[in-house]
Ligand binder design. Structure first.
Ligand SMILES: N[C@@H](CCC(=O)N[C@@H](CS)C(=O)NCC(=O)O)C(=O)O
Length: 212
């Protein structure tokens, strides 16, 4: 029996999520698991001292990691979201709008916006690009187009959350928190309303509960 089989056979009754409360990737995974009504155990991870059991399952050492009861391991946040919603998708997150448009927004978030967010949030790590330049580029290429998309509807693909909304919200949350006063002063009203409504929702509040 290999490690995965032992872990699943001996210790796992429910899926086990290795998570970090404030990590946007982990937040999106928790949002989808909760939305799907999947019961899971949660292990909060200290990123500076990752548990050996998690590294044995996923040596790349990022959270979230989901260990399923049958021993399968999902160590990409989007795979976890899609798996959860494939179990149960009560509000049709996967089928809002068109799947390609959802995937394109998520790709733009992860590949383009996230690196700019890091440069804005951690300027000392990236001395080659001024933080405000990264911030303004993020607005121009990602947040302003989102604002436009949200101008005529409450959420990105209609009047309720989709996979893309849940996948993007935690990253916009981080962006807004870098300088909350400045963010409240920007003109992107529809985007700010979307963020506010998303963060105020019972689903988001449940996902952000402090682990015991
Ligand atoms: N592509 C991964 C990225 C996950 C990721 O980068 N998570 C960060 C925390 S927000 C992490 O675990 N970083 C490793 C570290 O800080 O040591 C996913 O979508 O799950």
């Amino acid at each position: 029996m290999d490690l995965q089989d032992r872990l699943s056979a001996e210790t796992i009754k429910l899926p086990l999520l290795y998570s970090f409360r404030r990590c946007p990737y982990a937040i999106r995974a928790r949002l989808a698991l909760i939305q799907a009504g999947v019961e899971f155990d949660l292990q909060e991870v200290a990123l500076r001292n990752k548990p050996q059991a998690m590294l044995a399952l996923s040596p790349k050492g990022t959270v979230p990691v989901l260990l399923l009861a049958d021993g399968r391991i999902l160590d990409e946040s989007l795979d976890i979201m899609r798996w959860a919603l494939s179990q149960n998708d009560p509000q049709g997150w996967l089928t809002k709008g068109d799947a390609k448009a959802q995937a394109e927004l998520i790709e733009r978030n992860d590949a383009l916006f996230k690196p700019l967010l890091d440069r804005y949030k951690y300027p000392t790590r990236f001395p080659e690009q001024p933080a405000n330049e990264a911030r303004d580029t993020a607005i121009r290429l990602h947040l302003a187009p989102l604002d436009q998309q949200l101008a005529t509807q409450g959420y990105l693909f209609g009047d309720s959350l989709s996979l893309a909304d849940a996948a993007l919200l935690p990253f916009v949350r981080q962006f807004a928190a870098v300088d909350a006063n400045w963010f409240e002063s920007i003109r992107l009203l529809a985007l700010r309303r979307w963020l506010h409504d998303g963060l105020a929702s019972p689903l988001f509040k449940t996902a952000m509960r402090k682990p015991e």
